[in-house]
Design a protein around this ligand. Structure first.
Ligand SMILES: Nc1ncnc2c1ncn2[C@@H]1O[C@H](COP(=O)(O)OP(=O)(O)OP(=O)(O)O)[C@@H](O)[C@H]1O
Ligand SMILES: [Mg+2]
Length: 366
């Protein structure tokens, strides 16, 4: 055991705008084993506020979920909402890795929209530009930050992440007040890349459509090439149904889950009501795909879209995505690389899209 021994176990903690979700895995040889999981809805508006009482409510919710799920560990890895964090791919001349940090700090001023004193900077090498000028990406199987082998690269591509200090402090305060020790905070697309994409050469569009909004990312060779957010999510769909049909939010939620985008139900009123929200989502996804094609000079085809977040289960939603983008859209299964008792299969399947971030957090290598 080293002087600074790592904790044996930790749990993944996803504090979303509306809920708290936790997953604990036991790591050994082979697939990790599910040890515990749980979730609960937060008191309305508590995460949107900065008041002491509201944040205390979130800390209490974390304690309750952990205790109910019978989680054993005292340490956790948590996600930061993508909407609060700036990310961008920047290109730099190739240089020794020990010079990179200084160069990135220098360059960051041009890219990050807020003053550098107000953010925490992080970065990963995501790819290399070969001497021929062609983008080659990181080596398949390489961990983020490990460049490809072969001829020395001419330029390197770096994913720059700038998290507002105020946001990081808010999350750290909530977690500390809950009595658990945060080992790391990471952006949601990193967790998703781990749980529902893994390392594969073909690029994949990942769409996380939860309650507060949607997060779109493109993952290639196990690294995130792009990420983008929109408020077009499950909450906006329910509000649109409620307003358009003149019904309360609970009924609108039920219609959304039961009928989704089916034209043959309620005379097609639901797909009509939610069209503006879906139009926003579609145009954000389209922009992301175009941006990625530009980065890659059109050389790479996108054929697959992995959809997670509770809204992934909305009837007729996946066919709409497949048809609109000419890709194969499918629900991401974060449990695919986890061992669990067969008796839990149905229950875990049901919550799979909602737990994609949480499972990814619990899979992080510490
Ligand atoms: N079967 C279903 N059909 C349609 N929508 C569903 C279904 N099940 C859950 N949802 C929606 O999924 C959303 C919750 O998803 P999720 O648990 O991924 O959100 P979250 O992680 O708490 O929120 P966010 O990440 O946006 O802050 C809600 O809007 C809910 O209405
Ligand atoms: Mg979420």
């Amino acid at each position: 055991m080293g002087l600074f021994s790592k904790p044996e176990q930790f749990f993944g903690l996803d504090i979303s705008g509306t809920s708290v979700k936790v997953v604990e895995l036991k790591h050994g040889s082979g697939k990790p084993q599910l040890a515990a999981y749980g979730g609960m809805v937060l008191p309305a508006g508590s995460m949107q506020s900065d008041s002491e009482v509201d944040l205390q409510n979130v800390s209490n919710a974390i304690r309750q979920v952990v205790s109910k799920a019978k989680i054993q560990s005292t340490h956790c890895v948590a996600a930061l909402p993508g909407s609060g964090v700036f990310t961008s791919i920047i290109t730099l001349p190739n240089m020794p890795r020990n010079e990179l940090a200084d160069s990135i700090k220098w360059q960051a001023k041009q890219y990050v929209p807020s003053p550098l004193e107000e953010v925490i900077l992080d970065w990963h090498v995501v790819g290399e530009v070969a001497p021929s000028g062609a983008a080659v990406g990181a080596q398949p199987g390489a961990k983020p930050g490990e460049p490809g082998k072969g001829q020395p690269a001419k330029e390197i591509e770096v994913m720059l992440i700038a998290a507002p200090i105020a946001l990081v402090k808010k999350y750290m305060n909530i977690i500390n007040a809950s009595g658990f020790k945060p080992l790391a905070l990471e952006i949601e697309p990193l967790s998703l890349a781990r749980s529902v994409v893994g390392v594969r050469a073909e690029p994949v569009v990942v769409l996380d459509i939860g309650q507060a909004g949607s997060e779109i990312s493109i993952v290639e060779n196990g690294v995130i090439r792009l990420n983008r957010n929109t408020t077009a999510g499950g909450g906006a769909l329910t509000r649109a149904i409620s307003q358009s049909l003149g019904i309360d939010a609970n009924r609108a939620e039920q219609f959304k889950r039961d009928f989704g985008l089916r034209e043959d139900k309620l005379e097609g009123q639901i797909p009509k009501a939610v069209k503006p929200v879906l139009d926003t989502l579609v145009s954000e996804i389209r922009r992301s795909i175009e941006f990625y094609r530009d980065q890659r000079h059109g050389a790479v085809e996108l054929r697959e879209m992995v959809v997670v977040g509770g809204t992934a289960r909305m009837p007729e939603f996946l066919p709409l995505l497949s048809g609109t983008f000419g890709v194969e859209a499918k629900i991401g299964d974060p449990w695919a690389n986890v061992n669990y008792p067969a008796s839990l299969k149905d229950q875990l399947n049901e919550i799979a899209p909602s737990f994609a971030v949480t499972v990814g957090l619990s899979m992080r290598e510490i």
